[in-house]
Design a protein around this ligand. Structure first.
Ligand SMILES: [Zn+2]
Ligand SMILES: [Zn+2]
Length: 285
């Protein structure tokens, strides 16, 4: 069993993550510059040519740069988009139609998507992008063990269906976007404050904390790792998020759960989910 995750960059300045199983190297979102994307992949011993597919969660530019379309064309990487976002991407990106011409565009709908040895379930979440915004549950089952990554980085509130989908996941990548007080006291316009804080904006620390508490309570075992993501530079601090998440893990008897913080500027280490799972099993014996 092998399943690893690396968040290459996270935040409104650009997002990308890699999931690597024995049969698939999946890039989730490509909102970093090509230079940053390539160098951060290289820092984790990957080349663009190693990527089997790109899956884009929604139509905001911090999740898909136009240069990523060029990279897909140059490296023959198929791009997977929800069918509801195809026309929007076609309008937004000049070279998007070339993907279809070269048979590099793949659409999916709300049904589970099987990609080699990964099963991806996408759930529509409230967010103010044109088209649909997706939270993802990515499952790798080798017949012996089944490991799941939950991934939700842009959402204004947490729907019940998200809790159902994410309960019992091994790794939770969850948006902790802003601290409400820091947002209200920031120099942002009232319009932007309302947008970020609205039901279709981004999750506050308090909203994400409530979701994390509910998820742990609803799960039969604590997650192996919690990965807070999409932190606002201006309206949040890593310290606030670390203290908040540690407090929740401690209170809910999940002290062994790893806390891995993401950054806008550098990739996380490889999060070796299979190895954590193995260690956890040994601990139970
Ligand atoms: Zn975003
Ligand atoms: Zn967004």
């Amino acid at each position: 069993m092998s399943l690893r995750l690396c968040i290459l960059g996270s935040g409104s300045g650009g997002n990308a993550a890699v999931v690597r199983s024995p049969g698939t190297c999946l890039l989730i979102d490509a909102g970093l510059s090509l230079r940053a994307l390539s160098s951060r992949l290289a820092a984790r011993n990957l080349l663009m040519d190693d990527i089997d597919a790109l899956l884009v969660t929604h139509t905001h530019v911090d999740h898909l740069r136009s240069s990523a379309i060029t990279a897909c064309l140059n490296h023959r990487i198929p791009m997977y988009n929800h069918a509801a976002n195809e026309a929007i991407f076609a309008r937004k990106y000049r070279r998007f139609h070339k993907l279809a011409e070269r048979r590099l565009n793949a659409t999916f709908d709300d049904a589970p998507l099987i990609m080699n040895d990964l099963t991806i379930r996408a759930l529509r979440v409230p967010h103010d992008a044109d088209g649909v915004t997706l939270a993802l549950s990515i499952e790798h089952d080798d017949g012996e063990d089944c490991l799941r990554i939950a991934f939700a980085t842009d959402l204004g509130r947490v729907p019940h269906a998200l809790i159902d989908l994410f309960a019992d996941s091994d790794v939770l990548v969850l948006e902790f976007n802003h601290d409400i007080d820091m947002l209200q006291n920031s120099s942002r316009t009232q319009y932007l404050k309302s947008r970020v804080n609205g039901a279709s904006g981004h999750l506050s620390n308090a909203q994400a904390a409530a979701a994390l508490r509910t998820l742990i309570a609803r799960s039969t075992r604590p997650p192996l790792a919690v990965v807070p993501a999409h932190l606002s530079r201006e309206c949040n601090t890593p310290r606030l998020v670390i203290d908040l998440v540690r407090g929740i893990l401690h209170k809910q008897d999940a002290g062994d759960t790893h806390l891995i913080l993401t950054s806008q500027d550098e990739p996380t280490e490889w999060i070796d989910i299979a190895a954590m799972h193995k260690r956890n099993l040994k601990g139970l014996v």
